[in-house]
Design a protein around this ligand. Structure first.
Ligand code: BG6
Length: 491
């Protein structure tokens, strides 16, 4: 196994992401031997912490990692260093550079540096340009920038941010995180499609009638009202995670499994997305906002009563949409997506609905004997695939019955399944950017989404409300019904 040698600078080391995801992921990599003792992490943030405080926080954040000892955790934490930091002050960058140079000598690291932006996006540009002007990116090894979402608020701001970070880093050294691309079953989409003779020949508009992607959440907006009010579900989930899943499902087989080949196929899908004219947005997209309701047997307030949310807010917490991909493979096949907060369940599923046979000997309108074949990809919380076929009902009736074939990842080394962040961090250390977002993908997805948000901003229609604990507003059901389809129930 390759053990990349690098220092990692975490901007925003006192924050939530570092605590919840980054420290535990690094610890798992360390425990598994994917990184050796030759690594160092420098946490930077505004607060006046010390190495000791950071190390304590690191230990706390990994206290529950299974099968680890106090000693192991303490040893891991010695690799962490803290630097109180002013992102706009040149002096901070000088200190950082000195500290990194010392650590590189101590841990025999050949000048490889990862800069991880885990803080408020308004500083990403400033940090990148200061890293360059103060010489922190000038090393004998490689330097990489990992950048969290949101990558801009619309195309214009994304372009601005991109040009700022491009001043200091090449496109090939920029790792834009979309944590959905680190999920086991999202990565499995390509394997299911391109390693199975059973699916690939059918994966087109001759055999597939529609594809449905749902990513629903129990949680409400929690303490992120300030951010979410300006974002909404379209920017928060559709521009990135949902469109990424669409492109993985719709792309042509890449020539090779390399970063460039995969990205180039995904980009072609985004280029083929049918642009939605502002005037016809209602035919293709539906929004909603959660009202009060019951989630997991608990009464919860509506979105407008949440903290930092305008009591008259028109921000959408739910989006359903119909996407058309105008290329040879997909012409005529709707891709339906829906995502939202405070829904009935926490679940991400993809349902591929196959077309009916041209002549069906078993179909009886009154009895609904036959159902279309479905392939269900379970992304979370369960991981696996199901195939729904038709079989013969046992006995002399001549009727058919749905047969479900299930494959589940549960139990397959479940304890060892790396978390999305662990995988993505490791990929970045190895220089594999296949599961990160290229600028062209960001550009195209904002171009697509901006039209929709613009139309909603200008619309004087009120936003449909849905009770918390449901699958969204009725308009979402109607979106499919008018095409002769329905959302397949998910669990
Ligand atoms: C994030 C969004 O990108 O994804 C959150 O900002 C959302 O609002 C989260 O809750 C969902 O991720 P997951 O992995 O829980 O499906």
């Amino acid at each position: 196994r390759e053990q990349p040698k690098t220092t990692i600078v975490i901007f925003g080391a006192t924050g939530d992401l570092a605590k919840r995801k980054l420290f535990p992921s690094l610890f798992n990599l360390y425990k598994k031997g994917n990184i050796s003792e030759d690594f160092a992490v420098v946490g930077v943030a505004r607060r006046e912490w010390t190495n000791e405080i950071l190390r304590e926080k690191v230990c706390e954040s990994i206290a529950n990692v299974a099968e680890s000892t106090d000693q192991e955790r303490a040893q891991f934490a010695t690799h962490f260093h803290y630097l109180p930091f002013d992102v706009t002050g040149k002096e901070s960058y000088k200190q950082l550079n000195e500290l990194l140079t010392d650590l590189e000598t101590e841990f025999k690291i050949p000048g490889n540096r990862i800069f991880y932006m885990a803080m408020a996006p308004e500083f990403f540009g400033t940090i990148a340009s200061n890293l360059k002007t103060e010489g922190v990116t000038e090393t004998n090894g490689w330097t990489r920038l990992v950048i969290e979402k949101p990558f801009g608020h619309n195309l214009e701001s994304a372009k601005q941010l991109n040009s700022e970070i491009r001043e200091a880093f090449n496109e090939g050294d920029i790792y834009r995180i979309d944590h959905y691309l680190g999920k086991e079953m999202v990565q499995n989409i390509e394997v299911i499609r391109f390693a199975n003779a059973l699916f690939e020949p059918l994966w087109n508009n001759r055999y597939i009638s529609n594809i449905q992607i749902t990513s629903s959440e129990h949680l409400g907006v929690e303490d992120r009202g300030g951010y979410y009010e300006k974002s909404g579900a379209l920017r928060d989930m559709v521009q990135n995670h949902m469109l990424q899943m669409v492109s993985l499902l719709a792309m042509d087989p890449p020539i090779r499994l390399t970063t460039d080949e995969i990205r180039s196929e995904k980009i072609k899908v985004l280029r083929a997305l049918r642009t939605i004219d502002e005037r016809e947005v209602n035919q293709f997209f539906v929004r909603g906002q959660y009202g009060p309701g019951i989630v997991k047997e608990t009464e919860v307030p509506g979105y407008r009563s949440e903290n930092n949310v305008n009591p008259n807010s028109r921000t959408e917490t739910f989006v359903a949409g119909k996407l058309m991909i105008d290329n040879h493979r997909w012409a005529g096949v709707p891709f339906y997506i829906r995502t939202g907060k405070r829904m009935k369940l926490k679940s991400t599923k993809i349902v591929v609905q196959f077309k009916e046979l041209p002549m069906n000997l078993y179909f009886d309108k009154n009895k609904d004997y036959l159902r279309p074949n479905l392939l269900i990809i379970h992304i979370q919380p369960d991981e696996g695939i199901s195939l729904i076929l038709n079989g013969k009902k046992v006995g002399p009736t001549g009727e058919t019955t749905p047969v479900k074939l299930d494959y589940s990842n549960d139990g397959v080394d479940a304890g060892n399944t790396p978390e999305a962040y662990e995988r993505l961090l490791y990929d970045c250390m190895l220089g594999d950017a296949a599961n990160f977002t290229h600028w062209d993908e960001v550009d195209l997805s904002w171009t697509y989404v901006d039209k929709i948000s613009k139309a909603w901003e200008l619309s004087d229609k009120s936003i449909p409300l849905y009770p918390s604990g449901t699958m969204g507003p009725i308009e979402s059901e109607e979106l499919l019904i008018k095409d002769g389809f329905k959302w397949w129930p998910i669990t």
